[in-house]
Design a protein around this ligand. Structure first.
Ligand code: SAM
Length: 286
C-alpha cells in the first residue's frame, strides 16, 4: 500500500488522474509525514473512536486516520477526487467517503447513525476559505463532539484564542471559548503543502467542554448579540446593537442593561468578556 504523504507520491497520483488543483476549494495537500504523524498524535485517536474528516483531498491523512481509529467518515466536495480516494483508500474497510459540501451535511444525523450518540472526534486540514462556518457549524449542530483537531491559517488560530480588547478578538473567539478549551499545538510552514499556501498554518485542538463555562438561558440570543456587536466593531455597543437590523432592541434598553452591569455607556463590544455577553443577553429582550 502506498502512503501519499510525500511530494513524489502525491505528484504521481495527481498526474495519474490528471487532477488540477481548484483554488476555490482551498486545496493544499499535506506532503510531510512528520506533520501527519504529529496531527494523529495530538488528536489522541484510539481504536474506539469514530472520526469525521472534512476534506480528505487525495486521502493522505485519511490513511493515517483509518489505521488509528475504529471508523472514519470523510466528506469531500470535489467529485474529481472521488476516484482517487477510491484507489488510495481501497485497503481500508473502515472508511466511508461522502461526496458532499460539509456545510450541507446533517452532521448530527451522521454522528447518530455512525456512532450512536457517542462523542465524535473531528480531524481535518481545513479548506481555509470556510474555516469559520465549519467550526461554528460543528458546535451549533449540537452533535455529540469530543474534540476538533484542525489545521487552520495561523491568524485564525490566534483569533480563536484571543481575549477582550485585542484586535483578534471577535465572534469566532467567543464561540470557540464558549464551547471548548483551545490549544495551539504547533505551527506548520507553507513548504509542508502542495501547492504552498500564501499563509502560515497552525494545528489547533479544541476540546469540547462537558459544561459550558458560563450560564446563559438562550445561546442563540447571546450569539445574535455577539454577531451584532462585532458587525460594527468600531461603534459603541449601544449604537451597534440598536442599529442592528437583525435585532430589534432600543438604545434605552441597551443603556439600562449596561448600567445594571456597571459598564460605561460608551463601551464597545470588543471590551466585553464572554460572561458579560451572557449576562447582557439575559438583561435585554428582543
Ligand atoms: N486532507 C487533505 C490533505 O491534508 O492533504 C486535503 C486538505 S485541503 C487543505 C482541503 C480539502 O477540503 C480539499 O480536498 C477540498 O477539496 C476540500 N473541501 C473544500 N471545500 C469543502 C467543502 N465545503 N466540503 C467538503 N470538503 C471541502
Amino acid at each position: 500500500m502506498a502512503y501519499l504523504g510525500n511530494p513524489a507520491k502525491t505528484a504521481e497520483y495527481l498526474k495519474k488522474y490528471q487532477f488540477h488543483f481548484q483554488k476555490r476549494y482551498g486545496q493544499n495537500f499535506l506532503i510531510d509525514t512528520h506533520i501527519l504523524e504529529k496531527i494523529i498524535q495530538v488528536s489522541a485517536i484510539t481504536k474506539d473512536d469514530f472520526v469525521l474528516e472534512i476534506g480528505p483531498g487525495i486521502g493522505t491523512m485519511t490513511q493515517y486516520l483509518a489505521e488509528s481509529a475504529r471508523e472514519v467518515t470523510a466528506v469531500e466536495i470535489d467529485k474529481s477526487l472521488i476516484p482517487i480516494l477510491h484507489e488510495t483508500l481501497s485497503a481500508y474497510d473502515n472508511v466511508t467517503v461522502i461526496n458532499e459540501d460539509i456545510l450541507k451535511v446533517d452532521i448530527r444525523a451522521l454522528a447518530e447513525n455512525k456512532n450512536h450518540g457517542r462523542p465524535v472526534k473531528v480531524v481535518a486540514n481545513l479548506p481555509y476559505y470556510i474555516t469559520t462556518p465549519i467550526i461554528m457549524g460543528l458546535f451549533e449542530s449540537h452533535m455529540p463532539l469530543e474534540s476538533i483537531t484542525v489545521m487552520v491559517q495561523k491568524e485564525v488560530a490566534d483569533r480563536m484564542k484571543a481575549g477582550p480588547g485585542t484586535k483578534d478578538y471577535g465572534a469566532l473567539s467567543l464561540a470557540v471559548q464558549y464551547y471548548a478549551s483551545a490549544e495551539i499545538m504547533f505551527m506548520v510552514s507553507p513548504g509542508c503543502f502542495m501547492p504552498r499556501p500564501g499563509v502560515g498554518s497552525a494545528v489547533i485542538r479544541l476540546m469540547r467542554y462537558r459544561q459550558n463555562p458560563v450560564f446563559v438561558s438562550d445561546e442563540r440570543r447571546m450569539f445574535a448579540l455577539i454577531k451584532a456587536a462585532f458587525g460594527q466593531r468600531r461603534k459603541t455597543l449601544v449604537n451597534s446593537l440598536s442599529n442592528a437590523a437583525m435585532l430589534s432592541v432600543s438604545r434605552k434598553e441597551v443603556t439600562e442593561a449596561l448600567e445594571e452591569m456597571n459598564l460605561r455607556p460608551d463601551i464597545r463590544g470588543e471590551a466585553l468578556t464572554l460572561e458579560q455577553f451572557a449576562r447582557l443577553s439575559m438583561l435585554i429582550s428582543f
